[in-house]
Ligand binder design. Structure first.
Ligand SMILES: CC(C)=CCC/C(C)=C/CC/C(C)=C/COP(=O)(O)OP(=O)(O)O
Ligand SMILES: [Zn+2]
Length: 369
């Protein structure tokens, strides 16, 4: 180890050192995996699955230990990973009683949640708590109480998006959390959905990627945080029909500047005959996405993808697991954005490029957890 590397090691936090250790182990596993015959590979996958379950459970056991601080973000990741791994052993390893007690402890007097004991109170905490409770079927009136009122305070009145805390500016990451939490507690109708839609359509930049907030640069990870807001809004609209008020964007209205399949806008184009031509071409079982999904795929694949594998914020930035996960999740949002039925495979016209590789989000979780 050279001196720069060893001084970096000394300065690293415990979490960083643990992450590097896991990363080393993963790379060793991949090396071994690449060199063994297929039958043995299946056996190894089973063994790997067991060790994942054990690892995630160690994390969840922190909920009752005073040694390492339990945290809502890691709880959310661990629970979702265990559910994605699936099977009796993974699912029965989640202690729902202890988890419920932890969630109740994280609930603040305002009705919102804090990320950890004495930690920050914000909409991420509300979403992760509500989402974990909902997926484990332990969501009750006590957990829900006043969450909707808190989220209503986060609507950035002059913009339309949702902020992390009362009084802050609207941001894509927080907007996803706020909208998703409101849907899970069945209170989405209390939001100004037309205002929200109006805010999010203007977050797709001339580069075709999304920015997280007004006047900031586009970044691949917002392909998911902002892209999924469209997905949620459109699902809400098609499920609830007239119950959800989109006064500014009724079906058939032109909300974005769409072009024909695979064609990029120059960022200055306005509504054209072509746009409305495309609307007329929306067939049965299809819905037109309210953002430019083909252009977003272009940003993800051409700008966020690194030649050597993995994804990044933008050219010039380094790839990392966070951006790889959320760029691929954004790609999945794009590819399913034309399908009315979420269980049907993506329509060919929704997928950019000759290779029809569909990114199913549940497979992504397996790949990146
Ligand atoms: C479930 C869960 C844990 C959700 C997290 C959601 C999320 C991504 C929130 C964004 C946080 C934030 C204010 C980033 C701004 O960073 P920046 O100033 O570096 O970036 P920007 O210039 O793009 O705003
Ligand atoms: Zn990012």
């Amino acid at each position: 180890m050279d001196s720069v590397e060893s001084s970096n090691q000394r300065r690293a936090t415990v979490t960083q050192r643990e992450q590097w250790m896991v990363q080393d182990q993963v790379f060793q596993i991949y090396d071994i995996f690449a060199n063994i015959p297929p039958k043995a590979q299946n056996l190894m996958l089973e063994l790997q699955r067991d060790s994942h379950i054990e690892y995630l459970n160690k994390g969840l056991m922190q909920l009752s230990s005073s040694f390492v601080m339990p945290h809502l973000a890691t709880t959310y990741a661990a629970v979702n990973s265990l559910i994605t791994l699936g099977g009796r052993r993974a699912l029965s390893s989640i202690n729902r009683e202890k988890l419920y007690a932890f969630l109740r402890r994280m609930k603040a007097s305002s009705g919102a949640f804090r990320m950890h004991d004495a930690g920050e109170i914000d909409v991420r905490a509300c979403y992760t708590a509500i989402s974990v409770a909902s997926i484990l079927n332990i969501l009750d009136d006590e957990l829900i109480e006043d969450v909707g009122n808190y989220i209503l305070r986060l609507l950035s009145t002059y913009e339309g998006g949702i902020a992390g805390e009362p009084g802050s500016e609207a941001h894509g990451g927080y907007t996803f959390c706020g909208l998703a939490a409101m849907i899970l507690i069945n209170e989405a109708n209390r939001l100004d959905l037309a205002g929200l839609l109006d805010w999010v359509v203007f977050r797709q930049g001339v580069e075709c990627g999304f920015q997280g907030r007004t006047n900031k640069l586009v970044d691949g990870c917002y392909s998911f945080w902002q892209g999924s807001v469209f997905a949620l809004l459109q699902r809400l609209h098609s499920v609830n029909g007239k119950r959800v008020a989109f006064s500014d964007a009724e079906e058939g209205d032109c909300a974005t500047d769409s072009t024909s399949e695979g064609e990029l806008t120059d960022g200055n184009s306005s509504e054209t005959d072509e746009t409305c031509h495309m609307k007329q071409g929306v067939g049965h079982g299809e819905m037109e996405p309210l953002f430019h999904s083909i252009a977003l795929q272009q940003y993800i694949i051409l700008c966020s993808q690194e030649q050597g594998g993995g994804f990044r914020d933008k050219p010039g930035k380094a790839r990392d697991y966070y951006h790889t996960c959320y760029c691929l999740s954004g790609l999945s949002v794009c590819q399913y954005s034309w399908s009315k039925d979420e269980n049907s495979p993506p329509l060919p016209k929704a997928v950019l490029g000759p290779t029809r590789i569909f990114w199913n989000p549940s497979i992504l979780y397996i790949m990146w957890s």
